[in-house]
Design a protein around this ligand. Structure first.
Ligand SMILES: [Zn+2]
Length: 432
């Protein structure tokens, strides 16, 4: 063992002793362990954490109240209005809704040297008519969307209340954000807007609270591209118009071509890449040549390069299938249209990024095993732009996300709120 390494082990040993770390946890650098312990020693921060504990019931009331306002994709406005009211009641420097429908609440810093966002998405996967009334049994709350992600929304208010009660001042501006369109066909429209040229704010650091078990820190964005491919033709009688170009036949060829090429590609060694034809449809009856045939395709990859490559394999296969079918001697022609229905970029944030290190340190401080992972969340957008971003957990115990029997149980629920507070404060800097 060289001297440098033995010195390092002594430091890790000290940290283990100090924070109760074990060696199998991700390495915490001394710099960030010290930073977090300094923040925790602050009287104001202690008061903020105690406030979060004493607000436990209030936070749960907010969670229940917000859950009972339906927020389907593209229908978040009512819930957003209520979220805005909660920020006004808790007091911030300004609160507004942007042109995409996101709610933004600005808490100004002393230096205003950077801007840190703490985000929770407001939408659910459930249609407007879904029964979203919350059922309570002991400390378990059951309703669609409760853990994913209204718990996250309620946590934002608790973090803000804790900071206000303790009159905490930060160097950086903090913007609490409720985003629209995180789920499904929302396709991250809220966060995409916030990182576009039309955004009202310029974001330096992004922290999302979204689902997940305690200790999970997402620092990788799993990218995906989704399309609807549509072959169209004239349509006609199966006997009378026999010989006419048939969109189903063309689609069948297209599937064969794509699956062959994509299978070969995904078998090449490299970051995991997947493809899936999830839905196909079209046609009116067994004895009609359909006028339309369509399929929906989802492709994912951990690597941005591989995502682009499988994307081009898909488009090329469709085009080639169209050409081949139309030159096969059929009467008339089919046409092909490829409609994008989803686009989430991929990427990974270096685990030595200060924000990731801060999340690891804070998680370890609570004696929880930090787990770095990859996911498909709002953080995909900043991560793909190499802007520091993580998605942390809403804590407690969640079950059945995206199902009608989704539940969230208040087991140490305030712990994750305190973790969110500490990570945010570390990233924003406590003002002297
Ligand atoms: Zn979610």
């Amino acid at each position: 063992m060289n001297r440098k390494r033995s010195k390092l082990l002594v430091i890790i040993g000290f940290i283990n002793f100090f924070f109760g770390y074990t060696q199998d946890k991700p390495e915490v650098t001394k710099e960030y362990a010290n930073e977090i312990s300094t923040i925790i020693k602050s009287k104001a921060v202690q008061l903020a954490m105690n406030t979060i504990d004493s607000l436990d019931e209030q936070t749960i009331d907010n969670m229940v109240m917000l859950t009972e306002i339906p927020a389907p994709p593209f229908g978040e406005t009512k819930r957003a209005e209520k979220f805005k009211d909660l920020f006004i009641a808790s007091k911030v420097d300004s609160v507004w809704m942007d042109s995409e429908g996101n709610v933004l609440a600005l808490r100004k810093g002393e230096k205003r040297n950077k801007l840190v966002v703490l985000d929770a998405h407001m939408d659910t996967v459930f249609p407007q008519e879904t029964d979203v009334s919350v059922k309570k049994e002991g400390n378990t709350y059951t309703a669609p969307g409760i853990g994913d992600n209204t718990r996250g929304m309620a946590m934002l208010i608790a973090v803000l209340d804790g900071m206000n009660k303790a009159s905490i001042k930060t160097d950086a501006d903090i913007v609490f954000v409720g985003t629209v369109g995180e789920e499904g066909l929302g396709d991250l429209r809220g966060v995409k807007h916030l990182f576009s040229a039309n955004s009202d704010i310029k974001i330096d650091s992004w922290i999302s609270i979204d689902g997940g078990g305690v200790g999970r820190i997402i620092n990788g964005g799993l990218g995906s591209k989704r399309y609807k491919a549509v072959f169209k033709g004239k349509g006609g009688h199966s006997w009378g118009a026999f010989g006419l170009a048939n969109p189903h036949h063309a689609l069948g060829n297209a599937i064969t071509l794509f699956v062959e090429e994509a299978t070969k590609y995904t078998q090449i060694k490299g970051p995991k890449t997947s493809f899936n034809i999830g839905r196909i449809g079209g046609g009116t009856s067994v004895n009609s040549i359909p006028f339309e045939s369509w399929m929906e395709v989802d492709m994912r990859s951990l690597s941005p390069k591989r995502l682009l490559e499988i994307d081009s394999i898909f488009k090329r296969s469709m085009k080639n299938a169209e050409i081949k079918y139309n030159s096969s001697g059929v009467e008339n022609k089919v046409t092909l249209e490829i409609i994008p229905i989803g686009d989430r970029p991929s990427g990974t944030l270096d685990k030595n990024t200060p924000l990731v290190q801060r999340a690891i340190s804070v998680t370890s401080f609570f004696n929880i095993q930090p787990k770095l992972s990859t996911g498909s969340t709002n953080s995909n957008i900043p991560i793909a732009k190499n802007i520091p971003a993580i998605t942390i957990s809403r804590g407690g115990k969640g079950k059945g996300a995206h199902s009608l029997h989704e539940s969230w149980t208040n087991i140490n629920g305030t712990e994750s709120i305190k973790m969110a507070l500490l990570i945010t404060l570390a990233e924003a800097g406590l003002a002297q």
